[in-house]
Design a protein around this ligand. Structure first.
Ligand code: B3K
Ligand code: ZN
Length: 861
């Protein structure tokens, strides 16, 4: 497959002001008649040829201005020769949605028809310039069986509808906003809506609908309310008003991603729509709210202003992730949300940035763009824009985004356009800052300090690691919020923002008192790794007293990371092991006793660093990660905490179990309840099994039930089997909850987890055709630090088998399993050889999709 390069961008020679689509819908056969009005693009080099992308399409007929046209195929694409300046091109294609297992283009799901076009799915529906810089106004007519497809939806507004008298009916839709083909959507099916109008800031009424299958209707209130909250928030915080009279959200159960922001017709994975307390956890509720918001915010950051080409993906995704994060911070509390987001960044993006698939947030080349919907483009992209906001402050940042929306409304823009708008609107020079868009790799900042009179001299040194294709790196501007506290006096210093721009730079900061302790990268202002040798008592001080709650949790993480990595690599000096453990236990004890903390924050302080992140830290320099040693160390620490704090944890579990409120306090209680249970389980499995069974039985909500079952899954004994069976029997008709049942078993620390996963893959409810189900079992297993990294390589082999089996069915989803194996270079030699061997086996199988080929070949380079 060819490599596509950012520097090769050329504007399309033709404009397509309007597009008319006519669909004769059928599950097995759908006929599409597309009429494109085209005219020469004055801004592009002239061409007599109109190249229309296709993917697995055959043209039934091609006419130009009503007459047979001169055309030919060029691989998958169709080339029409056009003599004049402006023409009407009509093409008829026929597709089989029921055979579409890739879930790109038009496909059948649960008896309904729906679409997914981003990035290059529209070309599986009809021949078209399927690139984001060709904007067109769409008018769509759809016709189909009125019984099979009572509801017919498309982008924009419904302009007309009627019955044909032969059992078929039709609808016409018009979207007044020009859009690229990737934002096209169509849905036809037997659906019902939960509806509630939203009145915009200027007084316009917007009909908001959440469309689902009838049996799911009772689980849609949260999604609808989340949509309303998002609409209001975007008006208040970014000054963005919705621009159509209708906003439709449709939930489908077969979906490659979370959701899709098609103009006026979002298509969602059911997982991010359906929620009620009996079937969804508190975390699920948060995820629904976050994804609903994310897709809604795309209406401005993505749809009104779209991307010129796919290299600019972070223009819409990074910015929209930042917007949804800020929204969720406002809805649920800043500190806890920030801690969660940083945890995700470290677990998902840092490994990407340090591995064979590392790429800048604005990549320079790709073979398959689906592989670049990554944590780097999304989450690091959000961090990069967040840094701009931190440097200029909220108000000036708003002036920058106002200018961006104003200047580029209706355009297909670039990351450069965004940066320029922030520069002009916010009044900041981002010349050096642009390196965050072009350089991959997580910068490391080394910190040293010295007292000089009444100031503290802080010396910072940065290195940006070498990444594939980028051997030489330049220093980046790294904004850091810092404060200098005094441990001796227990005094807290004033916070200020410093920006490290050079490779090495010193800053003079005022001292607050004796024993200065620097609190740095507060709020995680920059997505970097801070390296410093802080004394244990300093970290304990920060964990207990820092006035930035994020910094408090960071200090505890730092304490745990250095202890665990030290333990795993056997590098701790005598006595250090016990001292480190004691310090962590002490910090946990303080968090448990600190009445000023709410349970939501207390819960965050009780989460140990993930094993993925510990691999990252352990695999520094020449040192390799040892997943087995990390797992043993982390479980050992859990057991030590559980043993030392048995009374406190039991008391916490009991206290939290008595809270039955359906409010933030109740949520906090549910969170700490299961965290406490997990720590108790590490120390006293029998007692934990008993408590977990009781928690399961008493549960009146999914959070408690799933939490209890999760703990039971890692234990042996009769309760495990009994509760798993009960859970399945109770929810066997609810696909999303059955997914949880698969996941709990695939993620479990049970010694027989591999055998369990093999059995579950044979379960009648398992299918490779449904991405949620595949993820619930196999993706969960690939993230199981113990099972996946089993020393004999059986876990690796199982995941490689999944990739090979899934690739012909759904390449996009298959390719997402590759990064787990691709980290072999950073792992100890025994496992590394086994992982690499599996990648080579996949490569040797041949006939791989573009998606999987690209990821495997890059992982072996
Ligand atoms: N924009 C979609 C991503 C779809 C990608 C499919 N390959 C979801 C989102 O980020 O909102
Ligand atoms: Zn998005």
């Amino acid at each position: 497959p060819p490599v596509i390069r950012r520097e090769d961008y050329q504007p399309f020679p033709w404009l397509v002001p309007t597009t008319q689509l006519d669909f004769r819908l059928g599950l097995e056969a759908t006929t599409v008649t597309a009429t494109l009005q085209v005219e020469r693009n004055p801004a592009a080099a002239a061409s007599r040829e109109l190249c229309l992308n296709g993917d697995s399409l055959t043209a039934q007929s091609v006419t130009v201005d009503g007459a047979p046209a001169e055309w030919r195929m060029d691989g998958p694409d169709l080339i029409v020769t056009l003599p004049g300046e402006a023409h009407s091109v009509t093409i008829v294609t026929r597709i089989d949605p029921s055979a579409n297992t890739q879930l790109m283009g038009l496909y059948a799901s649960n008896g309904m028809l729906c679409t997914q076009c981003e990035s290059e799915g529209f070309r599986r529906i009809t021949f078209f310039p399927d690139r984001p810089d060709v904007l067109s106004t769409y008018a769509v007519r759809m016709e189909g069986d009125a019984n099979l497809f009572p509801i017919l939806l498309c982008n924009g507004n419904r302009t007309n509808a009627g019955e044909n008298g032969d059992g078929t009916h039709w609808a016409e839709w018009h979207d007044p906003w020009p859009k690229p083909s990737y934002l096209f959507a169509l849905v036809a099916g037997d659906l019902v809506a939960n509806s509630k109008p939203f009145v915009t800031v200027s007084g316009r009424e917007v009909e908001c609908n959440v469309w689902v299958r009838a049996e799911d209707l009772t689980r849609t209130d949260h999604a609808l309310e989340s949509l309303h909250r998002s609409m209001k928030w975007d008006e208040d915080v970014f000054g963005r008003e919705y621009d159509l009279d209708l906003y439709n959200i449709v939930a489908v159960s077969d979906f490659n991603m979370g959701a899709m922001e098609n103009k006026g017709l979002n298509v969602f994975n059911t997982k991010y729509v359906l929620a009620d307390p009996d079937t969804a956890t508190d975390a699920d509720f948060d995820a629904v709210e976050g994804v609903i918001a994310h897709e809604y915010f795309h209406n401005w950051s993505g749809n009104r202003i779209t991307c010129r080409d796919w290299f600019q993906l972070s223009l819409k995704e990074g910015f929209t992730v930042l917007r949804d994060q800020l929204f969720s911070q406002d809805m649920r509390g800043e500190a806890v949300k920030r801690i969660e987001d940083v945890r995700i960044l470290r677990a998902a993006q840092f490994p990407e940035d340090s591995g064979p698939l590392a790429h800048p947030i604005r990549p320079d080349s790709y073979r398959e763009i689906s592989n670049f919907y990554t944590a780097t483009v999304y989450n690091k992209g959000a961090e990069v824009i967040r840094m701009m906001r931190s440097m200029v402050g909220v108000e000036r940042f708003r002036a920058g985004t106002d200018l961006y929306f104003d200047r580029h409304d209706g355009e297909a823009a670039t990351c450069e356009d965004f940066i320029k708008a922030i520069e002009d609107g916010a009044g900041i020079d981002l010349a050096q800052f642009r390196r965050w868009y072009s350089q991959a790799g997580t910068p490391r900042v080394t910190v040293s300090q010295a007292v000089e009179g009444d100031t503290l001299k802080l010396t910072l040194k940065q290195t940006v690691p070498v990444t594939p294709g980028q051997p030489d790196k330049l220093p980046m501007p790294i904004p850091l919020r810092v404060a200098v506290h005094s441990r001796g006096q227990g005094a807290l210093g004033e916070e200020q923002l410093i920006v490290l721009t050079d490779e090495e730079q010193s800053f003079s900061l005022p001292l607050t008192g004796p024993d200065p302790v620097v609190s740095i990268n507060r709020g995680f202002t920059a997505p970097v790794v801070i390296e410093r040798a802080l004394q244990r008592e300093d970290l304990v001080f920060l964990a207990a007293h820092d006035d930035d709650p994020f910094a408090r949790s960071e200090a505890l993480q730092e304490l745990a990371v250095s202890h665990l990595v030290g333990t795993a690599s056997g590098s701790l000096a005598a006595g250090e092991q016990a001292a480190g453990e004691a310090a962590i236990i002490g910090a946990f004890r303080s968090s448990l006793a600190d009445n000023a903390l709410d349970d939501a924050m207390r819960g965050e302080l009780m989460v140990l660093p993930s094993e993925t992140y510990l691999f990252e830290v352990m695999a520094t320099g020449d040192r390799k990660a040892d997943p087995g040693a990390i797992h043993t160390a982390r479980e050992g620490l859990k057991a030590a905490i559980g043993t030392a704090l048995a009374d406190e944890l039991n008391a916490l579990h009991a206290r939290a179990s008595a809270v039955t409120l359906d409010d933030p306090a109740g949520r906090g209680a549910r969170k700490v309840k299961t965290i406490a249970l997990g720590l108790i389980a590490a120390a006293d499995p029998a007692r934990a099994a008993h408590l977990a069974a009781a928690q399961y039985d008493a549960a009146d909500n999914m959070t408690d039930r799933q939490g209890a079952l999760m703990v039971l899954c890692g234990l042996d004994g009769p309760e495990r089997e009994a509760k798993l069976a009960d859970f399945y029997a109770r929810y066997r008709d609810n696909a999303l909850v059955v997914d949880k049942w698969f996941t709990l078993q695939a993620l479990s620390l049970h010694p027989d987890v591999i055998a369990h996963v093999r059995q579950l893959a044979e379960h009648p409810d398992f299918t490779m055709k449904n991405p949620n189900r595949v993820r619930s079992l196999h993706m969960a297993f690939a993230g199981n630090p113990k099972g996946f990294h089993k020393a004999d390589g059986e876990g690796y082999r199982m995941v490689a088998d999944v990739i090979l089996a899934l690739d012909p069915i759904n390449p996009q989803t298959a390719a997402r399993f590759v990064p787990a194996l691709g980290r072999w270079r950073r792992i100890e030699p025994g496992r590394a050889a086994l992982m690499k061997g599996e990648l080579e086996r996949i490569m040797a199988a041949g006939n791989l999709s573009r998606d999987t080929f690209e990821q495997v070949s890059r992982s072996l380079e």
